[in-house]
Design a binder for this molecule. Structure first.
Ligand code: SAH
Ligand code: SF4
Ligand code: F3S
Length: 456
C-alpha cells in the first residue's frame, strides 16, 4: 500500500472560506487524502484566500514565498491558491509565483480533488480556474458539491468527544454591490441552496451531536430569492429549528432585508440565540448613501429598537468602516455617536481599503492612511469601553453555557459559549465538555466572561 497522501489546507478570510475549506477537506478525505497542519509533510498545500482588504491579499503572497523552498526537497509537491484572491488575480498569481501549480476561484473548489489526481499522474501544472476577470457564476452542480452531508465529518476539536458547533452555507455570492466591497465580483451572483439540501445537512450535523448551528451566507436574509419554491428565510429558520437544533444562529444578515417576521422570530423561536451580527458600516446618512447600503441611520436605529423589543437581552455586534472616500470629521462623529447609541457588545472595525473594480475605488476624497488610523483608534477605544461595560453587566446573571473545551488559560478551567456567543471561562471537570450547563457570571472582561458552575 502506498503511504497516504497528505493535504495541508490553510484558510484566511470569513466563515464562508472556513466552511469551503472544511468541505474541500472532506472531499479530499473521501479520495484517500489525510489532512495535516504540517506544511513540510504535505503533498498538497492549499491556501484558501481572502481579498476583502489589501492587507489580507498581501499576506498570502508572503505565505507563498515561505512554502516555495519546500518544492526543492519534494518536486511532486502541489501548491494551490483558492478562494477570493485566486478569483481576483487568476493567471497573474501564476506569473508572480511560478512555483504555484493551481489557482481556483471559490466556485471551482469541488473540482480540485480530481485535478489533483490528474496532476499527480503527471498532467501539466499551472492551471487557472476562475471567471478570468468576468463575474464568476456558480453551477448548480458545484454549489451542491460544496454542500453536505453525504461525506463523513472531520473529527471534533481536541478534547471534545464530538463536534459541537458547525455552520451550513445556505447561499453563495452576493448581489448587493456595496460601493466598497469586492465580494460580488469574486463570489459571483447570489445563489441559494435548495432548502432540502440545507435541511439534510443540518439534520446530519445535529444527529452527529452538533449543538450550536450557524446558517451562513453573505446576505442570509435574502435567502430564496431566485429559487423557485424556496421557503423564505424565516421559514427556513423555523424548519431548521424544527429538526431539534438546540441553538441556531445566522450570519451575515443585511439590515435592509429584515422583515417583521424575521424580527419576530427573535421573540418566538426559542432555538434562535440572542446574538446578532448586524453590520452598520457607518453612522452617517451621507456615507451610507455613498456606500449603497440602502438603509439610513434612523431606520437602522429603528431596527435595533424593534429587535430589542422582540428580545431584550439580544447581544449585538457590528462591522464599521472608517475613512470611506469623502468621510468628513462630522460623518465620523456620526459613526461614533451611533455606536454609543446602539451600545454594541462587540465590533469589528476596519480602515477603508481600495479594492479593484469597486465603485468606491473611483470616488474622490480619499483619506490619508494616518487619518484613517487616527479614526480607527478613536473608534476602537470607545468601543472597548462599551464592550467592557456590557460584559461586566453580566455579573450576577446565570447563563447557559455550551462547554466546548479545556481552557488554555489555567488548569482545571473550561471554556464554552453562552447563547449570546460570549466566551465563558469557569472551573469544572472535563466530563462537562459537550454539555450545556448553567454558569453564574462573576466578572466580565474585554473578550470573555468568567464565572462558576451554578446549581442546575
Ligand atoms: N456580507 C457582509 C460583509 C462581508 S465583508 C455584510 O454585508 O455585512 C466583512 C466586512 O468587511 C464588511 O462588513 C465591511 O465592514 C468590511 N469591508 C468590506 N470591504 C471593505 C473595504 N474595501 N475596506 C475596508 N473594509 C471592508
Ligand atoms: Fe459586500 Fe455588501 Fe455583499 Fe456584504 S452585502 S458581501 S458588504 S457587497
Ligand atoms: Fe474574504 Fe472572500 Fe470572505 S473576500 S471575507 S474570503 S467572501
Amino acid at each position: 500500500m502506498t503511504e497516504a497522501r497528505q493535504a495541508c489546507l490553510i484558510t484566511f478570510g470569513c466563515q464562508m472560506n472556513e466552511y469551503d475549506s472544511g468541505r474541500l477537506g472532506e472531499l479530499l478525505s473521501a479520495r484517500g487524502w489525510t489532512l495535516t497542519s504540517d506544511r513540510a509533510a504535505a503533498d498538497f498545500i492549499f491556501f484558501n484566500t481572502c481579498s476583502i482588504r489589501e492587507k489580507a491579499a498581501r499576506r498570502v503572497l508572503n505565505h507563498l514565498e515561505q512554502v516555495r523552498p519546500l518544492k526543492k526537497g519534494k518536486p511532486g509537491l502541489i501548491i494551490a491558491v483558492g478562494g477570493c484572491l485566486a478569483e481576483q488575480e487568476g493567471r497573474t498569481l501564476l506569473e508572480r509565483a511560478p512555483w504555484l501549480d493551481l489557482v481556483a476561484g471559490p466556485q471551482h473548489l469541488p473540482e480540485i480533488p480530481e485535478i489533483l489526481d490528474r496532476m499527480m499522474a503527471g498532467e501539466r501544472a499551472g492551471l487557472s480556474l476562475t471567471g478570468a476577470g468576468h463575474r464568476p457564476a456558480w453551477s448548480r452542480e458545484n454549489l451542491s458539491a460544496l454542500g453536505g452531508p453525504e461525506l463523513p465529518r472531520p473529527p471534533a476539536a481536541a478534547g471534545a468527544a464530538r463536534r459541537l458547533t458547525a455552520s451550513v452555507t445556505i447561499m453563495q455570492g452576493c448581489d448587493n454591490y456595496c460601493a466598497y466591497c469586492v465580494v460580488p465580483y469574486l463570489r459571483g451572483p447570489e445563489m441559494s441552496r435548495p432548502a432540502d439540501d440545507i435541511l439534510d445537512e443540518a439534520k446530519a450535523l445535529l444527529e452527529a451531536g452538533v449543538a450550536d448551528l450557524t446558517l451562513l451566507g453573505q446576505n442570509v436574509n435574502s435567502y430564496g430569492r431566485g429559487l423557485a419554491g424556496a421557503p423564505s428565510f424565516p421559514e427556513l429558520l423555523v424548519r431548521v429549528a424544527g429538526l431539534g437544533a438546540p441553538r441556531l444562529r445566522f450570519t451575515t444578515s443585511h439590515p435592509k432585508d429584515f422583515t417583521p417576521e424575521l424580527i419576530g422570530l427573535f421573540g418566538s423561536l426559542p432555538a434562535l440565540c440572542e446574538s446578532l451580527h448586524l453590520p452598520v458600516q457607518s453612522g452617517s446618512d451621507r456615507i451610507l448613501k455613498a456606500m449603497g447600503r440602502i438603509y439610513d441611520r434612523e431606520s437602522y436605529l429603528r431596527l435595533v429598537a424593534d429587535l430589542r423589543r422582540a428580545r431584550p437581552d439580544l447581544a449585538l455586534s457590528t462591522d464599521v468602516i472608517v475613512g470611506f472616500p469623502g468621510e468628513s470629521e462630522a460623518d465620523f462623529e456620526a459613526t461614533l455617536s451611533l455606536v454609543e447609541l446602539v451600545g454594541y457588545d462587540s465590533m469589528f472595525s476596519f480602515k477603508y481599503s481600495d479594492r479593484p473594480r469597486t465603485k468606491a475605488a473611483d470616488m474622490p476624497g480619499k483619506l490619508p492612511e494616518e487619518e484613517k488610523g487616527r479614526r480607527l483608534s478613536l473608534l476602537q477605544a470607545r468601543q472597548k469601553a462599551v464592550t467592557l461595560a456590557k460584559n461586566a453587566a453580566h455579573a450576577g446573571q446565570t447563563l447557559e453555557v455550551l462547554v466546548e473545551r479545556i481552557s488554555g488559560r489555567r488548569q482545571g478551567q473550561l471554556t464554552g459559549r453562552a447563547r449570546n456567543y460570549k466566551l465563558v471561562h469557569f472551573d469544572g471537570p472535563p466530563e462537562l465538555i459537550g454539555r450545556t450547563v448553567p454558569v453564574l457570571i462573576t466578572e466580565g472582561w474585554a473578550a470573555s466572561l468568567r464565572g462558576r458552575l451554578a446549581e442546575a
